[in-house]
Design a protein around this ligand. Structure first.
Ligand SMILES: [Zn+2]
Ligand SMILES: [Zn+2]
Length: 335
């Protein structure tokens, strides 16, 4: 029986190899411990060390002065930014080669004042505040016409690129629409031109009709394992109804999203025994150019496999766990 398939993702146009080997156990994966075990006294994100992380751009606090203890979520500028807030917009061309200033915003969302409190262990109303911070920062940065695209992401664990254990996410605003977002906008626009419909809405409809890859369905948020999952237990969460921008999400939907993220992370943590993971939030380009063809969504990508020359050379990930099997395991684990 053939157990290897090449599957095409309708949203990115990319293909993956689903190599449905006998079901993997934890020891079959290349797992590094998620926790880094850095020393809390040196951690700049711990409550009481506010000056080490820098002045706050935004914070959720129940009173008390800024840049002091008493917060539950705190947003600061990244101390080692990949992009800087000052710079020009002009593009300098030298033959085929274009250069522009590394202009942008790079912020850190410190998700909890406590050092040893991973995101999925936060109570739902505390996790809600993290999403509130994402939404508030997006709403603010959207007003800066120099920025074209924003990506929010989280690295949890060394294998996912984290350098600090203390739970945090990051936001990067770019003067261009970055490639990972642009390829979805392109595919979405092609689909919209052909059909007059949003590709994400169509995927939601097909996933609901099929049912095999659904992990949880708490209207208005759907969580599912994508048909062409790149890594074991990859999960996407998105609104069931068309919504191009995360920053416009209502409080009630944000509450359900917080509960769904928590639930998926708890189940993934159980299934893969505390894996490292990346989380990515894609909202529509700030220019509004793709509002009919794009639909915000959040990706959770456990990092239990390594990228090798295969991925670099072919652009195709090899995934040893079929998304139908992953969804079955995560769905079966109702908390
Ligand atoms: Zn800390
Ligand atoms: Zn849509």
């Amino acid at each position: 029986m053939v157990t290897t398939e090449i599957r095409r993702d309708p949203i990115t146009g990319r293909s993956v190899v689903i190599d449905r080997a006998p079901f993997k156990r934890r020891t079959d994966f290349d797992l590094e411990p998620a926790r880094l075990e850095d020393a809390p006294p040196a951690c700049p994100f711990c409550e009481g060390r506010e000056s080490a992380a820098g002045p706050e751009i935004l914070a959720w606090r129940e009173g008390g002065p800024a840049n002091a203890p008493g917060w539950s979520v705190r947003v600061v500028a990244n101390r080692n930014p990949i992009l800087r807030i000052e710079g020009g917009m002009e593009v300098r061309a030298d033959g085929l080669f274009e250069t522009r200033d590394g202009l942008g915003a790079h912020e850190v969302i410190i998700e909890t004042p406590l050092h040893d409190q991973p995101l999925h262990t936060l109570e739902p109303d505390r996790l809600w505040r993290v999403l509130w911070a994402w939404r508030t920062r997006l709403q603010d940065l959207k007003r800066d016409s120099r920025f074209a695209g924003v990506v929010i992401f989280k690295n949890h664990g060394r294998a996912a690129g984290a350098r600090l254990d203390h739970s945090h996410s990051q936001l990067a605003a770019f003067p261009i629409v970055p490639a990972a977002l642009a390829e979805k906008v392109r595919c979405g626009s092609d689909h919209y031109e052909t059909t007059g419909r949003c590709i994400f809405c169509d995927v939601v409809a097909e996933e609901l009709a099929d049912g095999r890859r659904i992990i949880c369905n708490t209207n208005p948020i759907l969580a599912f394992a994508p048909f062409a999952s790149r890594v074991p237990f990859e999960t996407w969460l998105m609104p069931r109804d068309h919504a191009p921008r995360f920053e416009e999400i209502a409080d009630s939907a944000l509450e359900l999203l917080a509960a769904a993220i928590r639930s998926v992370l708890i189940r993934t943590d159980w299934a893969l025994e505390r894996p490292a993971y990346n989380l990515v939030l894609h909202t529509g380009p700030l220019t509004g150019e793709a509002d009919q063809a794009f639909h915000w969504h959040l990706e959770i990508l456990p990092r239990v496999t390594r990228y090798s020359g295969l991925e670099w050379g072919s652009g195709m990930h090899r995934n040893p766990v079929a998304p139908e099997d992953a969804a079955w395991m995560l769905r079966d684990r109702e908390k």
